[in-house]
Design a protein around this ligand. Sequence first.
Ligand code: GTP
Ligand code: OAA
Ligand code: MN
Length: 591
Amino acid sequence: MNAVPQQGADATPGTRLASLRQWVDEVAALTRPDRVVWCDGSDAEAAALQEAMMADGTLLPLNQDTHPGCVLHRSSPDDVARVEHLTFVCPSNREDAGPNNHWMAPADAHAKIDALFDGCMQGRTMYVVPYCMGPIDSPLARCGVEITDSAYVVANMRLMTRMGVTALARIEREGTFVRGLHSTGELDPERRFIMHFPEELTIKSYGSGYGGNALLGKKCHALRIASYQARQEGWLAEHMLIVGIENPQGEVHYVAAAFPSACGKTNLAMLIPPESYREKGWKVWTVGDDICWMHPGEDGRLWAINPEAGFFGVAPGTSGKSNPNALACIQENTIFTNVAVTDDGQPWWEGLDKRVPAEDWQGRPYDAANGPAAHPNSRFTVSARQCPTFSPHAEDPQGVPISAIVFGGRRSTLVPLVFEARDWAHGVLVGAAMASETTAAATGAVGVMRRDPMAMKPFCGYSFADYFAHWLSFDRPGAKLPKIFHVNWFRKDADGRFMWPGFGDNLRVLEWIIGRVDGRAAADALPIGHVPSAGALDVDGAEVAPEAMAELLSVDAEGWAAEADVVEAYLHGLGVPADSPLRRSLEPLRA
Ligand SMILES: Nc1nc2c(ncn2[C@@H]2O[C@H](COP(=O)(O)OP(=O)(O)OP(=O)(O)O)[C@@H](O)[C@H]2O)c(=O)[nH]1
Ligand SMILES: O=C([O-])CC(=O)C(=O)O
Ligand SMILES: [Mn+2]
């Protein structure tokens, strides 16, 4: 390893912060690793770790001529996605977790999971990983320390966060940090839990090596714990991409958008404008593709940072046509997880190109009878700095000002391509009423409609009723809040085909959205909100027939009245009071 290498479990002077040292000692006493390694985040450390993982088969080589620095990891076949039924949020009071979370009393939860941690690192190395979520010099950033026995997790954390000595220095300065304890355990689905203790700023995760379960800086810290902190401190931690849209006049508007897992955040964050837009001078700048922390600034606007430093993106469907930027990012220094491999050792997945892979994601000779070659939730991990459209402002300590918030989901019927909320409270309702057909990002059936408020159903660290009230509280004197919109790229025709071309063409919708922000774009006021007037959306050159376009923007009043009843019942079930502005915002749909 690096300069201060492996130390005995009984001698861990890795920090001068007593509270951190003491916690590391306690964890070591519980888990009994052979060695404790304090990660410094250096290139030398990463190289040594990678070499060790190559030697023990945790990582497999890929074609270094076509993909320099890229590696492949094959997970255990039943450890390929987040496990929401095993994920718990454990504040002292059950009501604080809300009906949207699985809850366990904190003492019971600790007892249950500590029993699994007891001695679990014998024969293993325990890595101590200090990390910072957000630009290292940003007042909006927050730090954590993940203790893990997985070198694969360390390698991923290094790409996804600011990890190592600089983060440790900030933690020592601030004295506070989120504690995350992780062990892959036996990778036994029967012995697997992801537990959150928001009041203690603590996460414990056992039995999974998969991204959202094991890279604790991501969903566990940056969403579940951070959303809880954000409510206390007056900001928002959201499952949103952040993208800068530069118009031909050179003005950049930043848009934050929440779509559920595997519903297009990475794609929108890295959008490449259609040819005609590029010629006119439109540009798109990527700030973040999954998580957004927004704080009200002194000027009343919401300022956002991307707490992550990398992308943990869905591989299938990523191609030179759908997302050339993502494809460009992942040509080098990328960790691929559960993708297939071609006969010359290149990573491959469904939707990439017409080649036929040699081996599937489990390393078996490819046979179509075994299902997709790449796992549908196979992923790439890569530093954001490799993105050709990475925004020059992505690491600004104060963040970027948000002009519009966009909600969306996979809705094959009813929901039009785009509409604008009437006001902030209505916009919060639009987010609260979000629903989507499920994807492979979580275990369970795919294609089932489920309510997923603000794409936070699996990630909100407290009760949804309190969360919506927190959102509503931003509408106060002096606030210059973004306008709120809803989009649906996934409407299908009678033959089950997507009606909207999507991907790069989504810029046409963003242009209208920004036009609304600037007071330039035309809209018709309908009970669901403001819908683009005929001709207000520029579809010149898009592959969409005029009849399809009319259908995409049509509003089925009866269908929406029925939707209003479903949403009303859903909000009631979450404990949203009958006199809440949210429930009042539903009324126009019934008129
Ligand atoms: N039809 C259609 N499919 C899209 C569009 N944008 C993305 N997709 C597909 O949706 C899937 C997931 O897209 P991503 O951008 O990776 O989703 P994500 O929201 O970043 O997912 P997470 O990382 O799980 O949070 C891929 O198969 C994409 O090809 C679109 O505009 N239209
Ligand atoms: O959390 C994960 O593992 C991947 C992800 O971005 C999501 O599912 O939204
Ligand atoms: Mn996500």
